[in-house]
Design a protein around this ligand. Sequence first.
Ligand code: PMP
Length: 437
Amino acid sequence: MTPSTDRNQTLFDRARELIPGGVNSPVRAFRAVGGTPRFVQRAQGASFWDANDKRYIDYIGSWGPMILGHGHPAVVEAVQRAVLEGFSYGAPTEREVELAQAIIDLVPSIEMVRLVSSGTEAAMSAMRLARGATGRSKLIKFEGCYHGHADALLVKAGSGLATFGNPTSAGVPPEVVQHTIVLEYNNIQQLEEAFARHGADLACLMIEPIAGNMNFVRASVPFMKRCRELCTQHGALLVFDEVMTGFRVALGGAQSVYAGLIPGFRPDLTVMGKVIGGGMPLAAFGGPRAIMEQLAPLGPVYQAGTLSGNPVATACGLATLQQIAKPGFFDGLGAKTRQLVDGLKSAAAAEGVPFSADCQGGMFGFFLLAELPQNYSQVMKSDSARFNVLFHGLLDRGIYIAPALYEAGFVSSAHTDEDIAQTVAAAREIFKGLEAR
Ligand code: PMP
């Protein structure tokens, strides 16, 4: 295709004149992998079509929300019905009550929930609530975990161990992140040192229990157990950021997976997004009644939103949750994702390419590394040149994975055995070429 007939290129050229970098969220710009972003025209099931009408098998699914694939009939019908009743009222609706009930029924640690419009808002509000409820300022987060772009959470590790972090963005004054302590994921020693030094001042520890912003890194069971114990001991809140993992790795989220491994385990607060909106702007945070009642209008912690609990978004989210709560849904999704991961592992092994991969429910990750990494610095040792060859090889063959090696992948219930077989076969062809390089 010549540049003049490539509609993706034409649109990207135009977009770059009008929108910074041509995109409304940075990773869409293909900066890490190079090339022209695909402009999506429409999507159905496990596929989308770009501006040139080329079909792709979609392993991003809007970065997680599309767990049923695109255009699931029951969800489309619910949204269409909701649209006819009005887009937004700024007054409460029955569906907000129903969605709150559905979330509370599925996640035992949540007794009350507040709906917002993005994961960023949910994480930022949970952080404020943790600070308001404890009367403390400091918080722990982990290098490689992303909790949206609120200033105090946009922090990377500084030099040295157990350190206060540095802003990862211009425009974030150092004073704003002075209360944020950034530690290495899965490092129990650093965790213990941080609690020993700052325990009495810690409002919360925020963590992605399975870190999808490091592609796919699980918190080890001993590490998670220690996070829980130290938070309890020091009166800090354990905040699970399940924006990605919630209703995705299991019906009850990653916390249900850890509850199966650590008896009695539960976080204090949970941050949710993505799947609960089914592709519409909707997110939430929730936890025990006594903490949630600290929020306005009952308590002193202010939080609000013009479009919070939007009637169209709640219709979409409710219809999505109804589908995934059906018996056997996660067994089927988990088996399908496992089939993909096992297929990719065998393809790499057959071609002698160092490769590791993991999955839980409908979320997966893979690394061009012989061993699964445990933290951010190990993730970043994944071979980015080889990743780029794999990414573009798959893209050329009509398979769309995340355009960065530190992003997770998502399988939906709409992916077929043929989609997965086609993906594995394509990967094997590319792995073969990698070995010859
Ligand atoms: N937390 C996690 C774990 C996320 O993965 C993301 C987004 N990918 C966010 C928070 C922020 O969500 P949003 O992009 O909806 O603001």
